[in-house]
Structure formats: structure tokens, C-alpha cells
Design a protein around this ligand. Structure first.
Ligand code: AMP
Length: 612
């Protein structure tokens, strides 16, 4: 994740080393006083917002202490505040959650009712996000010196935005950040020196943005010391883009002219400041890209790269082997943990193995609480989030410094923008402590079964989508007897695969076009983040249905039992990840069908479509 400039940069006598030292001392201090800081943060949030409708409604009566807050304010999920959020969306400007004006909505990749969740935010939060970014490079520079001597090649993109009926902009948090002055007008800083000019990042056409950024990255290849994207999936997409388009890119470098497909005037102008005819570089790139193997392509094209900066924790861990292949095992660095609701924390040991990454929550970002997650047979429960907690469960929440080593917790936040005791939906495990601040391993997002990029599909959504699709089989007297699913990331972009076992009683075989209709119906039924990934971001490929031979799911059960599953408790998993099981399923597949076109998707929420 790229970082924002530091305040100190404004000083004339700026020394990178001195500024880094100060930041590290600050982190040290924060982690020592984590509990005091948390207490202060909560008091600050509550006193500023003492008169907001939500807190008055619950009867907090201006109290700012932890005990009263915990006794009176309920632990909630998005659905509990959705009616209030809708009021803001349609233009209610009263102080519902926060005494400061809502500046925009951040659209989360988590969904509710098939649509992105809308997180109200305030201007001031941009500063808090910038602050978290500013911690990253001082931490990194302790382990990799000299990063101020070159550039970072980060492939960063904006996504489409919409307006709510009340006129507030709704867009993803990173789009909001890249379009803000915090990013666009950052003063020169050796740590925010990127190969991509701002204009190429801010280009709304994803092809032109990728092409321009890749071209600029190639032109400055020897200066690049680190490469990255936000999530691993995005970085892999960039490498696949290069695989497809390197000869066009080489041509531009050879001639010093920019492909006419790049029509965005600002992006063109910015690229032309960097692009110069360079025969030698063009020959070199051509030679490397036309080799049969792309193993180590990152090290070959950007020979001074010290690490790959991408998130590979959580569902992104599925991309580790392919990243290792392209980078010849360069360190994969996960620097931070963040969300639309709040930026949470940083990885203080960034060169550790991906499986050992833990994030230190920064106590100034929000007030954090932790709901213990009870494990089933040593595994974290995958049951859906219950609607509301009972009194006993509400009392189980603990503060940041009181979590127990090895225990899993669901993260609950109270933010400056006005979320109070809000369940983020992530499960974290306490891996160790830095002074009194715990460091958490990211375990999972509750109840997500399938994910390729930022899409997150839960079991209920999958079940409904399959139910809608099987109606196409009825005229053929064919029934779906069992199914499971798999996020196949061996294709780029990755795609969802459904394995279907059918019982066919009719005499007419089901034509391929009907299975294709089934694929499309599943896609049409999935949430808007999935459909946006298919239509706009092209981060997810066409959904595939593989028909497996009769008896497959019985064999799958036998296999699971042979591995120790209990015969009484065995349930067909709705999603499989274990490679041998996927191989078995593939070996029993008799036919396969893909979605013939993209599902429907338009920016904005479906419920706003009829409102002017
Ligand atoms: P969004 O609200 O769309 O910004 O998505 C935020 C979610 O992305 C978080 O709640 C996590 O589930 C996931 N996420 C963010 N950062 C990380 C990380 N470093 N490792 C694993 N998952 C992450």
C-alpha cells in the first residue's frame, strides 16, 4: 500500500532518518499507552457527538466513560443502522451519527441486501487515513534501507462513483483517497515517489489507466525499488496485462510515441513527459517478455526491486504461489489492515512470512472492542452473524489491551465518523503483543465462501443464486441433487466454479445453452460487488458450471470420512478449497459451461434508480 506524505515534510530541514526515528518512537509510545489512548479516543468521540440523535436515542446523556457507554450502547451490525443511513442518503442533514457534516459515503465491498454497504464519513477521517499511511515507510525502512533512493511502481486505480438522491458522493475509500488533495497535492517526498503520474491513476478508463501506468513503470524500470498494488489480485492482473500487451508497450518505448488507444488527454500528457524513444530498453523488454517462461519476470524487468507490496492475508493468500513464481520469491509485504469503516493498523514486522503477518491496531484510529469468537472443534465458527447480541454476549466484549493471546475475536469499532460499537465482520486472532498493544493475525471475514478480488459471496447469497438458476432445468425434468463451489484463481482473472450433480429424469438432454443460462442467472443473482467485478473492473471472469457424474458427492463424502470427518456430522461443503478435493471434483466432471455474457450492473444502488 502506498503511503501518504508526512506532516514533517513541510519543514525545511527535513531529514528522512530523523523523521523515521520520530515516527517509530511515536508508535512505541502509542503501543505502551494503548489503554490510555483508547480511553481518550472514546471520550473524544463521545463528547464531540454528545448531542447527536443516535446517542440521545439510546440515552447516553452526554456520558463519555467506557462503563456507561458499554452498558447503554448496543453492539450492532449494518442492518441496525440502515434506516438512518438511508435518511442521510436521501438528504437528511441533521446530526444523526456525528456532529460534523457527512462529507461523502464510502462504499464497502461488504454488502447488505446485495448492495454495497454505505459508510458515512467526515472530512477529518482523510487525515486519519493519511496518518496511518505515514507510518508505513518508517517501519519498512528499518528492514530495507535506501528506499528513499528510488521509486515505487504501484498500480493504483479509481473506481466508478455515484451520487445518492440527497447529493452525496458514494465511492470506494481508495477512490476517495486518490482523488483527495492529501494524495494529489502531496509535497515531494522520496517515499511517495511513484512511477505512475497521478493523472494515470486518476484516469477513469481502467484499460487506459493500466496501460499508462505499466508503460511509465517500464520506462523507469531501473529506478524501481518496490512494486505493488493494494491487493494481490490487482497486481497479478497487472502482470497478466503485461503478458497480453507487452508488444504494444515495447513499440511505444521504441518509437517514443503513445498508442492512440490512450485518449485521455491528462493521462497522455503525463505519460509523454516520461516516455522517450529508447531502443535498448524496448529490445530488452521484448527479449524478456518473449521468453517462454515468465518465472521471475518482476526481477528481470525491474531488477532493483526489493519486495512486492500487496495484501496477501485473508482470501488473498490464494495468490501467494503465483506471486512467488513471478517474483522468484521476493518478500511479499503486507503493510496494513484497513476498511471503509476505519483504517485499523499496520504490520510492524513487514518482512515476515505471509503466514506470520500480524497487524498492530493503532489506538488513535478508533475505539476498538473485541467480541470473543467461540471455536467449533478448534475451528472458527462459520455461522452467519447473528442479528443482535443478547445481554450476556454484549458483556463478553473486551478492550484492546485485555484480549487474550491465541484467542479469536470479532472486531467491533466506534469511529470518529459516528459508528458506535459496529461489528466489522472480520475475525482476528491475537498473535503477540507489542508493549501493551496486541498484534492480530487476520483469520477471515465472517461467512464469506467465495472471493476472487474485492467480491465477497456468502453462503446464503450462493444458495439463493443457485436456487434461481435451477429453475431453467425444470422443463427437462432435471434436478440439482448436490452442489459445491470453488474460487478458481488459476485463470486470470479468477472465476467462480460451481460443481453440480444432477438427477435427470426427462428424455430430452439439457442443451448446453440452458446450462449457460444457469451460469448467467447465478451471476445476475449475486451481489453488486461481484457484478461490478465482472462488468466494470473485469477482475472476475465468467462463472463456470461443471456437471459432475452421478455419485460424485457420495465419493466426496467417502473421501472426507477417510480423512477423519465424522459420518454423522458430514455436510456437503458449499465451498471447497483443499487442492486434492478440487482435483477429485475436476476428475469427475463430465461437461463444463461458462456464462455467455456479463450480468447487469450499473453504478449506484438499485433502490436509488427510481429517485431523481
Ligand atoms: P472494504 O470495506 O471494501 O474496504 O473492505 C475492508 C475489508 O477488506 C476488511 O474488513 C477485511 O475483511 C479486508 N481486508 C482489508 N485489509 C486486509 C488485510 N490486510 N488482510 C486481510 N483482509 C483485509
Amino acid at each position: 500500500m502506498p503511503e501518504a506524505p508526512k506532516e514533517q515534510l513541510k519543514a525545511t530541514y527535513y531529514s528522512v532518518a530523523e523523521s523515521n526515528k520520530k515516527t517509530l518512537e511515536f508508535i512505541e509510545d502509542l503501543t505502551k499507552k494503548a489503554d490510555d489512548v483508547q480511553k481518550r479516543v472514546l471520550a473524544e468521540i463521545l463528547s464531540r457527538n454528545a448531542h447527536v440523535e443516535y446517542l440521545k436515542r439510546h440515552g447516553l446523556n452526554g456520558n463519555i466513560d467506557r462503563e456507561t457507554f458499554k452498558k447503554i450502547i448496543p453492539v450492532i451490525t449494518y442492518e441496525d443502522i440502515q434506516p438512518d443511513i438511508n435518511r442521510i442518503a436521501i438528504g437528511d442533514k441533521s446530526h444523526i451519527f456525528c456532529s460534523q457534516p457527512i462529507s461523502e459515503f464510502l462504499t464497502s465491498s461488504g454488502t447488505s441486501g446485495g448492495e454495497r454497504k454505505l459508510m458515512p464519513t467526515i472530512d477529518e477521517e482523510l487525515e486519519r487515513r493519511s496518518f496511518l499511511y505515514s507510518l508505513l515507510m518508517p517501519v519498512m525502512s528499518q528492514f530495507v534501507p535506501g528506499l528513499d533512493q528510488g521509486k515505487g511502481m504501484y498500480l493504483l486505480f479509481i473506481k466508478s462513483e455515484s451520487k445518492t438522491p440527497g447529493g452525496l458522493v458514494a465511492r470506494p475509500v481508495l477512490t476517495s483517497y486518490y482523488k483527495s488533495s492529501h494524495f494529489k497535492e502531496r509535497p515531494y517526498d522520496p517515499y511517495t515517489n511513484y512511477t505512475s503520474p497521478n493523472e494515470t491513476i486518476l484516469c477513469s478508463d481502467s484499460y487506459q489507466s493500466m496501460y499508462s501506468q505499466m508503460l511509465c513503470g517500464l520506462c523507469q524500470n531501473n529506478e524501481v525499488l518496490r512494486v505493488g498494488a493494494v491487493f494481490a489480485s490487482g497486481f497479478i492482473r497487472a502482470i497478466r496485462f503485461l503478458e497480453k500487451h507487452w508488444s504494444l508497450l515495447c513499440n511505444d518505448i521504441r518509437t517514443g510515441t503513445l498508442n492512440s488507444l490512450i485518449t485521455d488527454p491528462s493521462a497522455r500528457e503525463a505519460v509523454m513527459k516520461i516516455l522517450k524513444p529508447d531502443l535498448e530498453l524496448a529490445d530488452f523488454i521484448e527479449q524478456e517478455c518473449s521468453r517462454q517462461s515468465w518465472q521471475g519476470i518482476i526481477n528481470r524487468l525491474w531488477p532493483n526491486t526489493k519486495y512486492v507490496d500487496v495484501i496477501v492475508t485473508g482470501t488473498m493468500s490464494q495468490y501467494i504461489p503465483i506471486l512467488d513464481y513471478y517474483s522468484n520469491g521476493l518478500p511479499l509485504v503486507c503493510t496494513m489492515y484497513a476498511s471503509s469503516e476505519c483504517y485499523f493498523g499496520v504490520n510492524l514486522n513487514p518482512l515476515c512470512k505471509p503466514s506470520e503477518v500480524s497487524y498492530t491496531l493503532i489506538p488513535t484510529m478508533a475505539y476498538f472492542e473485541f467480541l470473543p469468537v467461540h471455536k467449533n472443534n478448534g475451528k472458527t465458527n462459520s455461522v452467519p452473524i447473528p442479528k443482535s447480541l443478547n445481554e450476556k454476549e454484549q458483556k463478553e466484549l473486551v478492550d484492546l489491551v485485555d484480549v487474550k493471546l491465541g484467542q479469536d475475536y470479532e472486531l467491533v469499532v466506534t469511529t470518529y465518523a459516528g459508528l458506535y460499537r459496529y461489528r466489522v465482520g472480520d475475525v482476528l486472532r491475537v498473535a503477540r503483543f507489542k508493549n501493551s498493544a496486541p498484534q492480530f493475525k487476520f483469520i477471515c471475514r465472517k461467512n464469506v465462501v467465495l472471493s476472487i478480488d474485492s467480491d465477497k459471496t456468502d453462503e446464503v447469497e450462493l444458495q439463493n443464486a443457485v436456487k434461481n438458476a435451477v429453475s431453467h432445468l425444470m422443463p427437462f425434468d432435471a434436478l440439482l441433487t448436490e452442489y459445491t463451489s470453488y474460487a478458481d484463481t488459476t485463470t486470470i482473472p479468477g472465476h467462480y466454479v460451481l460443481y453440480w450433480e444432477l438427477s435427470v429424469n426427462g428424455s430430452t438432454p439439457v442443451p448446453p445453452s440452458v446450462f449457460e443460462d444457469c451460469c448467467l442467472t447465478v451471476e445476475e443473482s449475486l451481489n453488486s460487488v461481484y457484478r461490478q467485478g465482472r462488468v466494470s473492473d473485469k477482475s472476475v471472469g465468467p462463472l463456470e458450471i461443471k456437471i459432475v457424474e452421478a455419485g460424485t458427492f457420495d465419493k466426496l463424502m467417502d473421501y472426507a470420512i477417510s480423512l477423519g470427518a465424522s459420518i454423522n456430522q458430514y455436510k456437503t461443503p458449499r465451498c471447497v478449497k483443499f487442492a486434492p478435493i478440487v482435483e477429485l471434483l475436476n476428475s469427475w466432471a463430465v461437461s463444463s459451461y461458462f456464462s455467455p455474457k456479463c450480468p447487469k450492473w450499473t453504478p449506484g444502488h438499485k433502490q436509488w434508480m427510481n429517485i431523481d
